[in-house]
Design a protein around this ligand. Structure first.
Ligand SMILES: [Zn+2]
Ligand SMILES: [Zn+2]
Length: 252
């Protein structure tokens, strides 16, 4: 059995849970400890199974809860060295473990495959978590679909996939021009259309669930993101995530 859930997803906090019968990992620590506990309780996933936290990059929405989570749970935190050096002022985890993009990290038999991506951070990474013969991707904060992204996406049975913005809403919205350019750039975020293109071109026949993730509050709506995926293969269930509450828990 595998349980997966987005405990928070969006520009004010990201934290993704992936676990099996006995053990689990969190990807990113962008919500505060109490919120993490409350959302895990509501979702019905067990914090006692969490063995490690992987940090994708140093932006606040991925690390702002790290101090409290690190202090309370005494878990190892996995970083690249550059990401750690850009985060260290913010907290002191009980135990730091370093990885290089491309490494596969073993956590109680859960294999976490790491890979680099384009995003405006010091050493941004994404992850594919492998357990019980299944692979779960966590792919947010991606400026452009590189070969590493599409190759890892193609292996996934389920994926948390960024669907950050609707192009019309972004370009006609209230963001200052420099920020619009940053979001749409090769080191920004994936639009609904870019994300759907990745999914429609590279999905494995085994892909069963896509969680639309890191949906912008300013430049997107859940309805628009879901609509962009309306033509996805029939065997794929598309689910929204939220900044305000935990997503549905999917068990594979
Ligand atoms: Zn982010
Ligand atoms: Zn980011």
């Amino acid at each position: 059995m595998i349980e997966i859930c987005a405990l928070a997803s969006g520009s004010n906090g990201n934290c993704y849970y992936i676990g099996n019968e006995s053990d689990a990992v969190l990807i990113d620590a962008g919500i505060h400890f109490k919120c993490l506990i409350d959302r895990m309780k509501t979702a019905g996933v067990d914090i006692g199974k969490v063995r490690a936290v992987f940090i994708s990059h140093e932006h606040t929405d991925h690390v702002c809860g790290a101090y409290g989570i690190g202090k309370r749970l005494c878990l190892p935190f996995y970083f690249t060295r550059k990401t750690f050096n850009n985060t260290r002022g913010q907290f002191r985890p009980a135990e730091v473990r370093f990885f290089e993009p491309g490494d596969v990290c073993d956590v109680f038999g859960i294999q976490v495959h790491t890979f680099g991506k384009r995003h405006d951070a010091s050493d941004p990474c994404s992850f594919v978590v492998e357990t019980n013969g299944r692979k779960i991707g966590v792919m947010t904060d991606i400026g452009i679909v590189t070969e590493a992204v599409s190759d890892h996406f193609a292996q996934c049975d389920a994926v948390f996939l960024e669907s950050n913005y609707d192009e019309d809403m972004l370009w006609h919205g209230s963001y200052p021009y420099f920020l619009k350019q940053r979001v749409a750039s090769e080191v920004g975020h994936l639009s609904n259309n870019q994300s759907f293109e990745l999914a429609s071109q590279h999905a494995s026949p085994a892909l069963s669930h896509i969680f639309l993730s890191h949906i912008s509050a300013e430049n997107n709506t859940i309805e628009k993101a879901l609509a962009a995926f309306s033509q996805i293969a029939q065997n794929v269930t598309v689910l929204p995530t939220s900044r305000h509450e935990a997503s549905a828990v999917v068990r594979l």
